[in-house]
Design a protein around this ligand. Structure first.
Ligand code: NAD
Ligand code: UDP
Length: 314
């Protein structure tokens, strides 16, 4: 099959492309390299069945494909908040153009949505039927509301134009290839501990998140795309940790001497988050396989290798 991955040079997108290429698909990647890196795709660059196109999805493009995995959008609060208007454009115009493309060529379309559509959830854990608690004018809104509109567009194209759609609501995902400067919690703590810096816990550290290893997530995306389920379907790991527990686990794993420092909690930071994955279990036969301890080890190994590449002489 000819498969388009938008945002394919990013963290999740590049792992997805590795799986699609290994399954002998013809893969086209669109990326503007805002948070993605060509290095993530180096092994495919000269492959006859791989094409990398530098393109900003806020502009239209014409392509012939059978499936579209639509991932292009910065995912870290630091990046999506640095140009919030662009984040809204990417989610609204970018998703509109990709749905228009899917409609024209009759491709199946999968939206990488997010647990952020639940905002600071009043229901715990979060099932897909929960409509969320999102501040429409806060600093996270460009992303949260952007993704909510992206979901709306996806379902309107489905109802109005019969586009074959899938919506995945992805919960916090981590693993190798996250950027050092990504700003998300796992990459921050790992980079800080490896470089002998204090781990920065925001607020009291009692807020919770549930962390899914990237290989599990990619498996879920592929199963959803190839299922008969429209979704939305939650994809995430239901093992829930406080941020302080995560800090201590990474401290113990990398450097028990590393200190922890407390910094102010950013505005609208959700207090707790944990997916209800019963729909994914029932309809996709999917559940995460990689425990946090194992996923963190893989992540630390990748970060240490990249760090030694950086400091060693050319
Ligand atoms: P990432 O920032 O590593 O990847 C995003 C990719 O999109 C990058 O390669 C970036 O350059 C590209 N991009 C951004 N704006 C673009 C534009 N206008 N045109 C073309 N390319 C553009 O993030 P990620 O963690 O790999 O996330 C991928 C997708 O999954 C995103 O849509 C994100 O919202 C969603 N998601 C991720 C998580 C997570 O925990 N990682 C959680 C929920 C949802
Ligand atoms: N966080 C933290 N220290 C950091 C980065 C993040 O304590 O260096 C906290 C952040 O305030 C939030 C949680 O970790 O409560 C997860 O943050 P992240 O940016 O990874 O994802 P999101 O908030 O989008 O779930």
């Amino acid at each position: 099959m000819r498969i388009l991955v938008t945002g394919g040079a990013g963290f999740i997108g590049s792992h997805l492309i590795d799986r699609l290429m290994a399954a002998n698909h013809d893969v086209v990647c669109l990326d503007n390299f805002y948070t993605g890196r060509k290095q993530n795709l180096l092994k495919w660059i000269n492959h006859p069945f791989f094409e990398l196109i530098r393109h900003d999805i806020t502009e239209p493009i014409r392509l012939e494909v059978d499936q579209i995995y639509h991932l292009a959008c910065p995912a870290s609060p630091v990046h999506y908040q640095s140009n919030p208007v662009k984040t809204v454009k990417t989610n609204v115009m970018g998703t509109l153009y990709m749905l228009g493309l899917a409609k024209r060529v009759k491709a199946r379309f999968l939206l990488a949505s997010t647990s952020e559509v639940y905002g600071d959830p009043a229901v715990h854990p979060q099932p897909e039927t929960y409509w969320g608690n999102v501040n429409p004018i806060g600093i996270r809104s460009c992303y949260d509301e952007g993704k909510r509109v992206a979901e709306t567009l996806t379902f309107d194209y489905h109802r109005q134009n019969q586009v074959d759609v899938r919506v995945a609501r992805i919960f916090n995902t981590y693993g190798p290839r996250m950027l050092f400067q990504d700003g998300r919690v796992v990459s921050n703590f790992v980079a800080q501990a490896l470089q002998g810096e204090a781990l920065t816990v925001y607020g009291s550290g009692e807020q919770t998140r549930s962390f899914c290893y990237v290989s599990d997530l990619v498996e879920g995306l592929i199963r959803l795309m190839n299922s008969d389920q429209t979704g939305p379907i939650n994809l995430g790991n239901p093992d829930e940790y406080t941020i302080l527990q995560l800090a201590k686990q990474i401290q113990n794993l990398i450097n028990p001497e590393a200190s922890i420092k407390f910094e102010p909690l950013p505005m609208d930071d959700p207090q707790r988050r944990r997916p209800d994955i019963s729909q994914a279990q029932k309809h996709l036969g999917w559940q995460p396989m990689v425990p946090l301890s194992e996923g963190l080890q893989q992540t630390v190994e990748d970060f240490s290798n990249r760090l030694s590449d950086r400091v060693s002489p050319a």
